[in-house]
Design a protein around this ligand. Structure first.
Ligand code: ATP
Length: 332
């Protein structure tokens, strides 16, 4: 996330908690219920460990945040929202990392998550250079389905990128890192889907910048988040456009030598398609990467599915009802 723009802490900034073999009699879990293994990820605010439940032997990814750090950086609200969003999605069977439980000790907060065994999408794109069209189409479809579910619950991710899209043991996609989500008021989602419920006009420049520094990663951040920190589902559709472009071409569309210049490119819609980029894919990306967020494909769709995206010729051949049950095409 935004975090990635700053220097990252050393990989094992947090050492795993002490191991115990005593079986607790209370239902509330503690760190002693798990054997902590290797670090599988780390960000500015957390370290993610592979861990094994000592009672069942099942593997989980446990995200550990140091309270002192959260308080110092004033990220308490974000942690609360991350938990809330994960809980709202916990009954959705596919497409998201699942939160099993949370607990804390004096120093740390723990999120016990389903372990996405195959890790991040990014190294797969980097390894093969670019995805075959059927692979890109398949993962784009899984992403659309996940966005539909998330958005129909009023959850905007705001930091979708190939590092936050994980792959489970069957190579199905799971969206992770809800640390930057915005959860819309349910009333607002039902009545005015695209309403900007927060009045930012009173916020000071300092507040605006402080908030900016947290939301979104340079290359995938939408122009409206850059300009006004506006909360709209359309920001995730912009990221979808960036990710489809990247799966097919190998690189994200907006790339500057530094963050500032990347932002300039986004604000000017300054990007190009490489030669040979398939026409249908180009058309879809162009309809998602539109500066005016109210004009992006899908924004006008009513109901809980992005019909206009599903019907786009790029997705010809995708069976939307069964896509999640199919086995994904091999990445090579
Ligand atoms: P960032 O600073 O990138 O925002 P963060 O502190 O918000 O990081 P996450 O993005 O949730 O933390 O996790 C960091 C990394 O750990 C992920 O990019 C991923 O590689 C790995 N990771 C997180 N959750 C899981 C999971 N459930 N299964 C497998 N790997 C995971």
């Amino acid at each position: 996330s935004p975090a990635k723009m700053q220097a990252r802490p050393a990989a094992a900034a947090l050492s795993p908690p002490p191991v115990s073999t005593t079986i607790p009699n209370k239902s509330k879990r503690t760190a002693q219920d798990y054997i902590f293994g290797k670090v599988i990820g780390d960000g500015c605010y957390s370290t993610v460990f592979l861990a094994k439940d000592i009672h069942t032997g099942k593997e989980y990814a446990i995200k550990v945040c140091e309270k002192r750090h959260i308080i110092k950086e004033k990220k308490g609200e974000y942690i609360k929202r991350e938990k809330e969003a994960l809980n709202m999605l916990s009954n959705v069977p596919k497409g998201f990392v699942r939160l099993y439980c949370t607990f804390q000790d004096a120093e740390r907060l723990y999120f016990v998550l389903s372990y996405a065994k195959n890790g991040e999408l990014l190294p797969y794109i980097n390894k093969v250079g670019s995805f075959e069209l059927d692979v890109a189409k398949y993962y784009a479809a899984e992403l659309v389905l996940a966005l539909e579910k998330m958005h129909s619950k009023g959850i905007i991710h705001r930091d979708l990128k190939p590092e936050n899209i994980l792959l489970d043991e069957n190579m199905h996609l799971q969206i992770a890192d809800f640390g930057t989500v915005k959860i819309l008021d349910p009333e607002v989602i039902r009545t005015i889907p695209e309403a900007n419920i927060e009045d930012n006009s009173q916020s000071t420049e300092r507040e605006r910048r402080r908030n900016m520094s947290f939301v979104g990663t340079a290359q995938y951040v939408s122009p409206e988040l850059l300009r006004h920190r506006e909360d709209t589902r359309a920001s995730d559709l912009w990221a979808l456009g960036c990710i489809i472009y990247q799966m097919i071409s190998g690189l994200p569309p907006f790339r500057g030598p530094n963050e500032f210049l990347t932002f300039q490119k986004i604000l000017k819609l300054d990007y190009e398609f490489p030669e040979g980029f398939p026409a249908d894919a180009k058309d879809l990306v162009e309809k998602l990467l539109i500066l005016d967020h109210t004009k992006r494909l899908g924004v006008e769709d009513k109901g809980e599915t992005y019909e206009s995206i599903r019907k786009h010729p790029f997705f010809n051949g995708i069976d939307w009802d069964t896509v999640l049950e199919q086995s994904p095409p091999t990445i090579n």
